[in-house]
Ligand binder design. Structure first.
Ligand SMILES: Cc1ncc(COP(=O)(O)O)c(C=O)c1O
Length: 434
């Protein structure tokens, strides 16, 4: 078993020079963070068959429209109706986008436009330096951070620095650090959050944390942007309701983004529906940068196929299927991990759903990204050194981040072997864990 994964020791560790126990020489030089994912979910966990079967009849039913019209800026009208009905909101507040991050980008662009308009209204002067201030978790989805940075880079090229200012808010296992949030709330225009099984923290905000954040949002008039693609994937207790629902489905208080990429494992269809206030909808329809102006129309073929499927309850049935298929495995891992991890990896939160675990490893002084990558190769683990999950670049500088795709973990032996390999990768320790 050991030989198979660890053909040789690859580090010359100082700890072995004097024959001392390796643990004596481990120093905390820097902390290494670790995201344990299941990698890309296999096609067997996506509703591919349903999609294929629905495609022909759906295309035929929509044929006249597909051939003759552009879908418009807000996405396929029929699918918007279906989502509006499902959520119990007005269709005038629902738009579809090719993926969640375009919804985020468009919302931010709408926010910039709104800010310019507001400052013009109050001062009578157009202020090109008017800024939007957005709170984001210190550790959050890397592409959301990138989206903000890209918008800022665009304006920097026009000699307008940082149109969007970022305020970082730390998060614990139950929700944001309330004191920090309270201290900065007066500065915020928006707050981007992933309260349920966040990427990458895997944590769930408690009910209490959700209510406290909503109270601050109302008191200081900042708008919450809730990104919630994982909320259906609970494997233990059902998580508390979305912030959007707790805010009485008022999109002026919480903008709700729901990407089907994770909800039903269909990344390839690029479909996300959002529930947004009138000023976002107005931007999408009428601004010079609106999707309608930029690419005439949104693509509607995927929506044509999804419309009857979502109407027939695909989201409910497939998320239940995922909970049943993946749930027992993740629950077992969640119980076994602490047993084998000991204090080697400190998990940020107990895994309860979604696709991520996030933990902290203290690695020895002599380790480097290169060594760790090499050791991962030796141990047959898919590992990628990666940056980008820190919205706070100073915090990022103090840490190293690795993404690891967990191999299929079906039973206790798999978990034991996985943890053993992890130990080897980060500490070069080859210890038979029993
Ligand atoms: C929190 C979060 N939001 C949005 C997305 C992106 O989804 P999409 O594929 O719809 O762009 C992801 C994908 O990993 C995610 O983790």
């Amino acid at each position: 078993m050991l030989k198979k994964f660890f053909p040789e020791r690859i580090f010359k560790s100082k700890a072995h020079d004097g024959g001392q126990n390796i643990l004596w020489r481990i120093k905390i030089m820097f902390e290494k963070h670790l995201d344990v994912t299941r990698g890309s979910p296999p096609a067997s966990l996506a509703p591919i068959k349903q999609l294929a079967e629905a495609a022909g009849p759906a295309i035929m039913a929509d044929a006249g429209k597909l051939a003759g019209y552009y879908g418009g800026a807000l996405g396929h009208p029929g699918l918007r109706e279906v989502f509006a009905k499902r959520e119990g909101v007005s269709v005038d507040n629902v738009f579809i986008s090719p993926g969640g991050m375009l919804a985020f980008r468009w919302t931010l662009e709408a926010a910039l436009r709104r800010k310019n308009y507001d400052t013009y209204q109050t001062s009578g002067v157009f202020d090109p330096l008017a800024k939007v201030v957005i709170g984001v978790p210190v550790v959050t989805y890397d592409r959301a951070i990138k989206t903000i940075a890209q918008i800022n880079r665009f304006y920097e090229r026009l000699n307008v620095p940082n149109k969007i200012d970022v305020v970082c808010i730390p998060e614990g296992p139950d929700g944001p650090d309330h004191r920090v949030l309270q201290g900065v709330a007066h500065r915020l225009d928006y707050y981007y959050v992933i309260p349920t099984f966040s990427n990458p923290l895997g944590a769930v905000w408690s009910s209490e944390a959700r209510h406290k954040v909503l109270t601050l949002a109302k008191q200081f008039s900042f708008v919450i942007i809730e990104d919630s693609p994982y909320e259906q994937l609970w494997y233990g207790n059902e998580p508390p309701p979305r912030l959007f629902n707790l805010a009485d489905k008022n999109p002026e208080v919480v903008i709700s983004m729901n990407s089907l990429t994770k909800i039903i494992n269909l990344a390839g269809v690029r479909s996300c529906y959002s529930i947004a206030p009138a000023w976002v909808m107005e931007f999408l329809l009428n601004s010079k940068n609106s999707p309608a102006q930029l690419f005439i129309s949104q693509p509607v073929l995927a929506s044509t196929i999804l419309e009857p499927l979502v109407q027939d309850g695909l989201i409910e049935s497939h998320s239940e299927f995922l909970r049943k298929r993946v749930g027992p495995i993740v629950r077992e891992i969640a119980q076994l991990f602490p047993k084998y991890l000991g204090d080697f990896i400190q998990l940020h939160a107990e895994p309860q759903g979604g696709y991520f675990f996030w933990g902290q490893v203290v690695a020895p002084e002599w380790s480097s990204d290169k060594m760790i990558e090499l050791a991962a190769k030796n141990a047959n683990l898919k590992l990628q050194a990666g940056r980008g999950f820190y919205a706070d670049s100073e915090a990022e500088g103090r840490h190293r981040t690795f993404r690891i795709a967990a191999p299929p973990l079906e039973n206790e032996e798999d978990v034991r072997s996985f943890v053993q390999r992890l130990r080897y990768v980060f500490t070069n320790e080859v210890i038979e864990i029993v």
